[in-house]
Design a binder for this molecule. Structure first.
Ligand code: GLU
Length: 320
């Protein structure tokens, strides 16, 4: 994938699953395409464990996820639960000190303020998947005259920290979905960086991690396309150079609903009982329009055939 920021260097990609259950074919689709893209270009692939949600994340899920990736042949150069590589820890639950440093940096821009509203806070550690419906924050706790009134003091009552967003269009080009334009005031309003209970918001964690880990290309499901503008805004405020983005069609069941943990027949637990790794890789290749017919295919062969121009620009693809 082209990235102006890359200056001809091999790309650094990543797979950033939340270890909240067994992977399904949709997660595998994202992992394979992201892996193929960096391998084709001779780049590096990082495995980051996005376990910010302590209620739903489990170490055993992360270990099983690693086992599933290795079974498929998707090896990583950095990361994982054992923190291989120089940019660790690679599990978000152990990166709180790092997020605190960058929150402080954002505070010093004078664009953050304390918030005691709770409803949106609850959603904040999860990636806000588009289909779940978005909450637009109306600025209830935003101080009068903000942000021109200057930095806000840190209060001694329990509060979340929100970031003011400007009323302007943020534009970028997605590798699959093409040119995009988003006004954060209309899409989400001022967003949470840290919840009142201290939990870190996905948007802050993902930007800090991708930037510090040197990630140059982000490949993930199209349900996160709307998060790009928030992330680009954070890249700008923190002075990081942004990565290239590619969002993929979501893999759907026969009712054209995005796969979930309920579609257990397409979970890796079931798939591994029936298919070989080559059969699953072949399915992914076929769904991604890289292979003209469905047949077993090794990762080396699919890497040869990989071409971003073939990936369909659709919101959903039915699982095969
Ligand atoms: N952790 C998110 C998920 O599993 C992915 C976030 C991202 O790729 O930016 O859906």
């Amino acid at each position: 994938m082209e990235s102006a920021e890359n200056n001809g260097q091999p790309p650094v990609g990543r797979f950033a699953p939340s270890p909240t259950g067994r992977m399904h074919l949709g997660n595998v689709f994202t992992a394979v395409i992201s892996w193929l893209s960096v391998r084709k270009a001779g780049g590096k692939w990082i495995l980051r464990i996005e376990d910010l949600d302590p209620q739903r994340s489990r170490l055993e899920y992360a270990r099983t996820l690693e086992d599933d990736l290795l079974w498929l042949g998707l090896t990583w150069d950095e990361g994982g639960v054992d923190d291989k590589g120089p940019n660790g820890p690679y599990s978000q639950s152990r990166r709180g000190d790092i997020y605190a440093r960058y929150l402080e940096k954002l505070r010093r821009t004078g664009l953050t303020y304390p918030c005691t509203c709770t409803r949106a806070d609850i959603m904040a550690t999860q990636a806000p998947h588009q289909s779940d419906g978005r909450i637009i924050y109306q600025g209830t706790c935003r101080p009068k005259g903000f942000p021109d009134c200057g930095e806000t003091a840190i209060p001694d009552f329990r509060h979340a920290t929100r970031l003011y967003v400007p009323d302007e269009d943020i534009c970028f080009t997605d590798r699959v979905f093409g040119p995009q334009r988003c006004n954060l005031t209309e899409e989400c309003g001022d967003f949470v960086l840290q919840r009142a209970d201290g939990a870190w918001a996905y948007q802050l964690a993902v930007v800090v991690d991708d930037a510090l880990m040197g990630v140059t290309e982000i490949v993930r499901g199209s349900d996160l396309l709307l998060s790009v503008a928030q992330q680009l805004y954070l890249y700008r405020l923190l002075g990081f150079s942004p990565p290239a983005y590619a969002h993929l069609p979501l893999i759907c069941n026969e009712r054209m609903q995005r796969l979930s943990k309920r579609d257990s027949s397409l979970s890796m637990e079931e798939l591994r009982k029936i298919y070989s790794p080559e059969e699953i890789i072949g399915r992914v290749g076929f769904m991604a329009s890289l292979l003209p017919e469905m047949r077993p295919c090794g990762l080396d062969e699919l890497t040869e055939m990989f071409d971003w121009n073939k990936i369909p620009c659709r919101t959903g693809i039915t699982a095969v």
